[in-house]
Design a protein around this ligand. Sequence first.
Ligand code: FES
Ligand code: FES
Length: 224
Amino acid sequence: MANESDTPLDPGSGDLDQLLIFANTETRRQFIKQIAGTTVAITVGLNFVSASAVATASPAAALPTIAGNDTVKANFKLNGKDYTLDVDPRTTLLDALRERLHLTGSKKGCDHGQCGACTVLVNGRRVNSCLTLAVMHEGDEITTIEGLANGEELHPMQAAFIEHDGFQCGYCTPGQICSAVALVKENHANSDDEIREFMSGNICRCGAYPNILAAIKDVKAKST
Ligand code: FES
Ligand code: FES
């Protein structure tokens, strides 16, 4: 169940305006970097956490372990770093990311594989992280929204989402961007209909679909 901090922005609160009415490109760029770095940037509006805070998420050696005898080790590479976690074998990958590693960019929307908010890349393929267990990813390479940017340089898909206003509240955005990145790599962005079809697992309740489509088309055009 999503915690309180994951509640989408209240459009009437004023926070949304401050997030969405950007005076210039630089401000918007800063915002998307916040998206890339942390859930909080999107979900509680002005309560931003800097990208550097995420960058300090510690690898295995610094992670706490769960007391008791019912844990198993989960070993995987996450955003370029090796991690070992002692987890309850029933722990989903999404919960491991959010609750153990504090990488809250991947969102818990439905927790039932129906919304795509939790989408991450596993060995380059899109996966609903709420539907898979952490222990199932032994040796896998996992990329979350926090791992897409190259230091200070946004991933082209992140930049395109800014340029084309591909988000409103931003709650679905990390999952949309992860899906979109894989979509282009899969060469499934060859027409509007194809993009819509291959993005159909990512729901946007704000209805930013035309802008998301434009962002993906832009990245596709620049990649060919
Ligand atoms: Fe995983 Fe909705 S939270 S698909
Ligand atoms: Fe609000 Fe997609 S931008 S749910």
